[in-house]
Design a protein around this ligand. Sequence first.
Ligand SMILES: O=C(O)CCC(=O)C(=O)O
Ligand SMILES: [Fe+2]
Length: 351
Amino acid sequence: MAEEDSKAAVEGSLKAVQEMVESYIWRDNSNGYGPVDLTVPLTTETPVIDFAQLISSSSAMDDPQQLHKLRSALSQWRCFQVVNHGIEDSFLDEVRKLSREFFHLPMVEKQKYARPLDGIEGYGTDMVLFENQPLDWTDRLYLLVSPKDEQKLKFWPENPGSFRNMLYDYSARLRQIEEQLLKSIARSLSVPDDCFLNQFGERQTMYARFNYYPPCPRPDLVLGLKPHADGSGITILLQDKEVEGLQLLKENQWFRVPIIPHALIVNIGDQLEIMSNGILKSPVHRALTNSERERNTLAMFCSPDTAKDIEPVEELVDDERPRLYKKVRNYPETYFHYYQQGKRPIDAVRI
Ligand SMILES: O=C(O)CCC(=O)C(=O)O
Ligand SMILES: [Fe+2]
């Protein structure tokens, strides 16, 4: 190769790397969520709900105090941490260990479960749908867990060996917690216990998203996960036990969510916002990166059956509070489209 040509080739590839790096930089252009900020306050008051006490308050012996606590957690933070949920600490540690082991496998092994270009399930990075889309500094494994007959096992890792069983067990345990929470949330709003669950239907969906954030040299410029609210009904998140990273937007200010090692974080998704006629709101949140340590989290998205219409429950619509959202079916479809543009999908279904 002539000297000039090889110089051009080097410059070309440097430019390509430069462009790649640029595409990870979070630019706060039009959406107003602000720049990456590593110094925001820690939320000392993120509500903590004792699940065992909450459940006993949903039985005949009603305990209004727990329901009030839940109601105020939801209206102030739109999110809470659940302790005493009945899942053993050792099992949660096992879930974390297996997910870390998966992401540490050689790329050729992980590629066996790679997400196809036109699909959403499998192992991979952000779907790039638009020019200038800021990329998330993360690898993910995204799997549909329910309904069972729609699982695509070809994307479910067989390595580590107990990964699949772990996911079966974990999702079954979470399903029970989810159903109890939806009943308690309904009760805290003084509407019939089953009104949200009925809209979720017999074939409600559950997706697991394993998030792996590798160490990033510029946590001040690059986000692990850009600001978003979840498109689920509710999301149950297992945070990393040691490395913090989740931030929550409350009244236009970002707060760091503290680690409670064996708690589950629950947040409202857009579809429960719709069903509650906006009395509940889905919180905007984002994940930061860390320059020294990787971070692993597992989000379980629990949502209504995509073949069913969802809409505000009638008990929460009246003359004083008119209906605020349209009837929608298959909300996740709308969601993905808007999400990747950094827009709020919920705005598309407001009346
Ligand atoms: O990793 C986190 O802390 C947040 C994950 C999350 O928000 C999501 O997967 O939707
Ligand atoms: Fe999220």
